[in-house]
Design a protein around this ligand. Sequence first.
Ligand code: TNX
Length: 546
Amino acid sequence: MPVVVPGIAFSQTYPILPQPRTLTAGEGQFRLQAGTVLLATTASARTSAHLFNGLLEGKTGFQLRVQQAAPANAPVVLLEEEIVDGNPEAYTLQVTNEGIGIRGGSSGLFYGLQSLFQLVEMQGGEAVVPLVHIADAPAFGYRGIMLDVSRHFFSTDQIKKILDLMAQLKFNTMHWHLTDDQGWRLEIKKYPKLTEIGAWRDSTIIGQYYDFKPFIYDGEKHGGYYTQEEAREIVRYAADRHITVIPEIELPGHSSAVLAAYPEFGSFEVQDGTARGSIAAVNDKREPLNNEISRQVPGYWGVHYNIYGPTPAAFGFLEDVLAEVMDIFPSEYIHIGGDEVPKDHWETSAIAQKVIKKEKLADEHELQSYFIQQIEQFLNKNGRKIIGWDEILEGGLAPNATVMSWRGEKGGIAAAKMGHDVIMTPNSHLYFDHYQAEDKTTEPLAIGGFLPLEKVYSYSPIPDALNPEEATHVLGVQANLWTEYIDSNQKMEYFLFPRALALAEVAWKTREDKDYSYFVHERLPQQLRSLEERGVFFRIPEASVR
Ligand code: TNX
C-alpha cells in the first residue's frame, strides 16, 4: 500500500535534497541497466539526459541509452517536456515496476533527473530506484550563490565544479562578483589595461590595512582574469545546468582596481598619470599609503576611497564596458554593486561637487542615486534590469531596480514595501565567509562572524513585516562567498559546504515545510558521502557525527 508523505514523515531511504514537496512511496524497486533507454525528444531534454548519464556513470559504472524514439521492448526513462502547474521549474517523477516517467518544463525535467539520480542506489552490484511518485516545485524562483573572484581568482575549472554541485542542489543563479578593489577579472576588449594592470596585485591573503598581520607579500604577482571566450564558456556551461549567471560590475565604489589602470575615471584630477586622493581620507588614516591614490591594485581589504567620478568620461567608459558585458552575459539582470561607497570622499572632490551643483542634487547620497540612475537608464534601454546592494536605496532608488538586502533584511523590507523586487542575502544568516565554529582557533582564518549550519537552515526569506502582497516581491535567497581570506579551491569548498546544502533547502522549501533534525540526521550523511566521492573538500559538521 503506498503512503502519501507530505513533509517529513518518510524514511531515510529517500535522500533527496532539497526535499521534494510531496512524495508517495510505493513498495519495490525498479532496476536501471545499461540497456534502459532514456527517451528524450527535445534538444534541451537530451542535454539534461547526457548530463544525467555522466553522473550515473560515476555512481554505477554505466550509462543509459539516450534515444529520440521509443524502443520496441526495452524499459524506458521517459522525459516528457511539458510545463507542470504553470511553473517551468516544477516536475513530477513516477517510478513504477515498468519504467520511469519525468514530466516538466525544460528546467523541471532537469530537476526531475537530479532527484532521480539521488534515488539511485547500488545494491548487490545492481542500480536500483525505489518505487515513488514525486510532485515537486520550488518555493522561490531565485536560488543563488555569489562567488567573489576578485579578492581571489578562481579557475574556470573550479567555477565549473561549483556549478555542477549547485545544479544538483537545484540552485538556478550564480552571481559572479567579477570586479572589486582587489582585482578586475573580465577581459574588456576596448580597455586592455583593466586586465593588464587591474587583474594583478602583489599580496596573496588580503588583510585589513590597519592590521598588517594577515597580509602575505611574497614578491609574486597574484590574480588572473577570464577571457571573454572563457566567460562565455561558463555562461553556456551554467545554462546547460539551468543556472543563470548574473555578472556584477561594481560601481561607483569598490573600484580601485579599475582606477589603478585608468585613474582618469576617478573623482580627482589626474596629474602625471596619478590621481590626487582625498586628503580627508588620508588624514583620518582610512587610506594607508599617502595622499596620492596609487596606481597599484590594493592588497588590503575594506572600504576604499578611490571611487569613480560622476563624469561623462566615466559614464562613457562604463557604458562601453557594460556593452561588452551584455554581449557575453544574456541574463535579464546585471548587478551594478552600489555598496559601501564612501560618499564623504565626494565631499572633497571638485569633480563631484560640480555635478551636485549642476544637477541640483541635495548631497552626496543623491549623487550616488544620480550615478546609478544614469547606469540604470542605459541598461534598461538595452533591455536589461539592474540589481544593486541595499545601499542603492539611499538617496532614492532607481525606478526599476531590484535590491539585494545584505545588511540584514531592513533594506529588503523597505524595497518590497515600495513595490521593488528583492533578493534576501542577509549577513546575519547567509554570509558564507563567516566562521563555522564558535572557537575560531580551530578554523581557517575567516573574516569574522559565526554562521553554523543550523543558523543557515533556520533562515526564512519572507520577513514577518511584509503582507502577502509585499511578500511576492521577495524573489528568493542567495548566500555570498566573499573571498578575502579564501585563497584556494579547498577553502572555497570548505566555506561553501555543507552550508550550501542547508541553503538549498531554504531556497526550495517553505518555512513550514522544513525540519532541521530530519535534514541533519536523515539526509545530510548521504549528501556528505556524495560530496566526498566527488572530491569536494567540505567541513564535517558536529551535528552529523553520530
Ligand atoms: C561587505 S556585502 C562587503 C564586501 C565584503 C564583505 C565581507 C557587501 C555588499 N560588501 O565587500 O567582502 O562585507 O563580509
